[in-house]
Design a protein around this ligand. Structure first.
Ligand code: B12
Ligand code: SF4
Length: 458
């Protein structure tokens, strides 16, 4: 299950944008492959009510319930575990996901969570289900934290899965219909949308990001054939025509990237897709092959505009970023930049530099947020050690929310207002507005644009 947003304060709301919870769908597919009967309730995306959850649990009477949690979802996840226990008192509640991996002992400190899973959960959840079915002690299963009478017990370390092609595809058939998910598809094609993961791990270990802590420093890549097989399945059986590669590593291996593009063309998949990239990784040949295979948008994590901060945070120069954006647009692919405010050296001047840089380099679109020091990141340790964290209510740890820390050089108000100011400065320009007006080709896209515009002025 994913926890419904706002459950902890009894104010459940459906998010206005949600995408398939792939991690959970991988875990479900693996447990099912081992012979267990599995259901997924994506209560976060569906805004499932407490009474619906109770009814489902009462009628299904599961032996094990797995709950996935990002950091801001943790208060909801914990409350959900309690509701599950009320519906089926003998059930084993298992939590997993990025927040649990960062703070597993904390995750099992309450009365309703029985087991925390560290890291990638496919094999671990399969082993938990097997152990429960066979009545075997959970302490024999690697990768767990379990509450014990004299403190928590951490079981043996589980090695990372090096054979991602050996995993079953995510259990899309257990999720709501793809049409239910409503991302921002201005760059996409009409039809359904799906996320896809082409690999795990990231060697860069950026100070604000926990992907390296979660998935390790080494890229573990799926093969091109395995990836395009999944795309072909989703295209044929689920009418998915728009894909978003959601891992940091999709373009990191040139040979594999070119092979993915070749296979998409060979199989005549009439699709549009997007991926994330680091500006130091692209070149003209790759971009041209990507364009021919349907890539419409590349999302660059740029983060800041100040040259010294850029060097420190992303180990890259302003020139390199500008060249990558230019080359992307020259290849006929739109370029999106992500920016964050609030890194440790931030000042009012560097915030302005970020806004100016976002406008200068020719991006088609940009996203701005306040840096959040998520548990498991270097920034979290640094802000905590310096006593700057203002709250450990994890619900507030959201890049769209208010800063959760005191900053040495910038007031909380300056920081909180920066994204909105940046959005206005970026988008309220005639050429950018015109570019986006041209993309309003459907009611769905128009509705999403209107919601975003409202956020700029809220
Ligand atoms: C797609 C995505 C989203 C999607 C969908 C999230 C989802 N539920 O899957 C959306 C757009 C909704 C999203 C939103 C946010 N996201 Co996001 N997202 C991602 C992204 C790009 C891919 C996730 C993914 O599919 N990974 C691949 C799968 C295989 O890994 P996984 O999801 O971690 O799942 C594995 C394990 O965690 C574990 N596991 C997961 N769930 C469970 C459950 C059980 C029971 C078990 C046993 C195991 C288990 O097993 C899985 C399989 O191996 C990741 C970056 C990344 N590369 O992971 C960020 C990431 C997960 N997101 C992140 C963040 C911060 C957010 C936001 C908080 C941003 C914000 N607004 O501030 C919001 C949170 C929204 C909310 N209220 O919860 C952070 C998480 C940090 C953290 N510690 O919480 C990540 C890691 C990105 C980052 N750079 O730091 N995100
Ligand atoms: S921000 Fe991107 S490049 Fe940096 S560690 Fe995270 S996933 Fe890797």
């Amino acid at each position: 299950m994913t926890p419904p947003r706002g459950l902890w304060k009894d104010e459940i709301e459906r998010p206005w944008i949600s995408t398939q919870p792939l991690g959970l769908a991988y875990v479900a597919a693996t447990a099912r492959q081992a012979g267990h009967e599995v259901r997924i309730i994506d209560a976060y995306s569906m805004g499932t009510t407490t009474s619906d959850i109770r009814n489902t649990i009462k009628s299904f009477q599961p032996h094990v319930v797995g709950i996935s949690s990002l950091t801001p979802q943790w208060p909801d996840a914990r409350k959900l575990a309690g509701i599950v226990k009320q519906g089926a008192s003998k059930v084993l509640t298992v939590v997993g996901g990025p927040h649990v991996t960062a703070l597993p002992a904390d995750a099992v400190s309450g009365p309703d969570v029985d087991v925390a899973v560290i890291g990638e959960g496919e094999e671990t959840m399969r082993d938990i289900c097997n152990a429960v079915a066979a009545g075997v002690d959970l302490e024999t299963v690697p990768g767990l934290v379990i509450p014990g009478e004299s403190g928590t017990v951490t079981t043996a370390t589980r090695n990372r899965n090096m054979d991602l092609d050996g995993l079953p595809f995510p259990a899309h058939d257990l999720l709501p219909e793809p049409a239910f998910y409503n991302p921002f598809p201005a760059w996409g094609k009409s039809g359904n949308f799906s996320c896809i993961i082409s690999g795990r791990g990231c060697p860069y270990n950026c100070c604000f990001c926990d992907v390296t802590a979660q998935q390790g420093k080494r890229y573990r890549l799926r093969g091109a054939g395995n990836i395009v097989d999944e795309m072909t399945w989703l295209y044929r059986d689920y009418a998915v025509t728009t894909f978003s590669f959601r891992d940091p590593s999709m373009i990191c291996n040139r040979k594999r990237l070119l092979e993915i593009c070749r296979l998409i063309n060979e199989r005549n998949l009439d699709i549009a897709w997007t991926c994330s990239a680091r500006a130091n990784e692209v070149d003209a040949e790759m971009l041209s092959a990507m364009k021919k295979a349907g890539c419409r948008l590349i999302q660059y994590g740029i983060e800041v505009g100040n040259a010294a901060m850029l060097e420190e945070i992303k180990n890259i120069t302003r020139e390199k970023v500008a060249t990558a954006v230019q080359a992307t647009r020259q290849a006929g692919i739109s370029a999106h930049g992500y920016f964050l405010f609030g890194f440790v050296d931030e000042t009012p001047e560097t915030m302005q530099e970020t806004i100016d840089f976002s406008r200068e380099i020719g991006l088609d679109s940009a996203g701005f947020g306040v840096m959040v020091p998520f548990p498991g990141t270097q920034e979290f340790e640094r802000y905590r050690a310096e006593g700057l964290l203002l709250t450990e209510n994890w619900y507030d740890y959201d890049v769209m929310g208010k800063p959760v820390y005191r900053h040495k050089h910038v007031t909380r108000e300056q920081l909180a207002n920066a994204p909105r100011r940046a959005y206005r400065r970026f988008y309220l320009r005639p050429n950018i507005m015109l570019r986006h007006l041209r993309k309003m080709t459907s009611v769905r896209v128009m509705r999403n644009y209107l919601k975003s515009i409202r956020l700029m002025f809220d």
